[in-house]
Design a protein around this ligand. Structure first.
Ligand SMILES: Cc1cc2nc3c(=O)[nH]c(=O)nc-3n(C[C@H](O)[C@H](O)[C@H](O)COP(=O)(O)OP(=O)(O)OC[C@H]3O[C@@H](n4cnc5c(N)ncnc54)[C@H](O)[C@@H]3O)c2cc1C
Length: 257
């Protein structure tokens, strides 16, 4: 790789009002069964944006084609010009394969910041629902909540050690529910629906953030609207789709074919 981002990245970044940069891998380490932590350095403050934002990484797939994959920023270390991603590796794809072999000093073509789902500053409580792919965004967003407020996490996991925790401000009321998938299909919303049913929504103004599998996100959104939340109180984003690789631009495929 040269020492400038690929032309296609520079052009794409311009179109989406973001920045393309080459970053250097600082570390790539397994955190738990399903997640690797990747620390990148270079242009960190610009690329990492604000809580809820993600970056696009340009990678090569098994057929030698370039594809992009999107990962939420878990944290930003401005002083050291570094930012951290949590990348799920419990499946086979260009993103998961790459991070497991990423080495210190390797250059990565990154576009950021991306993403439109940000923290609702008016909400008294924030409900984060999804799977391990959402944890980085959930925790970074929750760490930016102004106290007093409540953060509730309902997250489906495949292995007990995927129940990662994070430090939060004193004064933030935190409830965490980890739901064991117990071998159910990754497109089965049952586990998260049960987790949601077990939780009584607080009475004041709240906002729900749903990040995870395509089919599951749709069902959860309906379930929350049925529970009385208004559409503007629910932000949802499909991060991936069961049985289908994300498209080359990094989004889950929306069509059935
Ligand atoms: C805005 C945005 C932010 C995202 N943030 C994160 C993040 O912070 N961390 C993160 O891990 N992912 C995140 N994702 C999801 C990630 O980009 C996709 O999961 C991506 O498809 C993974 O690429 P891959 O090359 O590993 O697998 P792909 O080639 O896309 O898929 C290969 C196979 O693996 C399956 N698969 C993909 N992802 C998962 C998964 N998480 N669990 C189980 N099976 C899966 C697919 O269904 C497919 O069958 C985000 C996606 C978006 C759109």
């Amino acid at each position: 790789m040269t020492n400038v981002p690929d032309d296609s990245s520079i052009q794409l970044a311009e179109r989406v009002s973001a920045t393309a940069s080459l970053c250097e891998v600082v570390t790539a380490t397994p955190l738990c069964t399903s997640i690797y932590e990747l620390v990148l350095s270079g242009n960190a403050t610009t690329l990492a944006g604000v809580p809820g934002n993600d970056v696009m990484i340009r990678l090569v797939d098994a057929q030698g084609r370039f594809v992009r994959r999107r990962y939420s920023v878990r944290s930003l270390d401005e002083a050291n010009d570094q930012f951290t991603l949590w990348i799920t590796v419990d499946h086979e794809g260009p993103g998961s394969t790459w991070v497991k072999s990423a080495t210190k000093g390797e250059l990565v073509d990154v576009i950021g910041p991306r993403g439109k789902v940000l923290l609702d500053p008016l909400a008294d409580w924030h409900l984060f629902v999804g799977d391990a792919s959402g944890l980085a965004a959930f925790y970074r967003m929750a760490q930016s909540i102004e106290v007093p407020a409540k953060a509730i996490f309902i997250v489906e996991i495949d292995a007990a050690d995927d129940a990662l925790s994070a430090p939060f401000d004193e004064g933030l009321g935190v409830t965490g529910i980890f739901v064991d998938r117990q071998g159910r299909s990754t497109s089965d919303p049952e586990g998260l629906l049960r987790g949601l049913a077990a939780f009584e929504l607080p009475p004041d103004l709240g906002h729900a953030y749903l990040f995870g599998e395509f089919h599951v996100m749709r069902v959860l959104e309906s379930a929350l609207l049925d529970r009385g939340l208004r559409q503007e109180q629910v932000s949802h984003k499909a991060f991936w789709r069961s049985g289908r690789s994300n498209a080359d631009h990094g989004e889950p495929v929306k069509t059935e074919a």
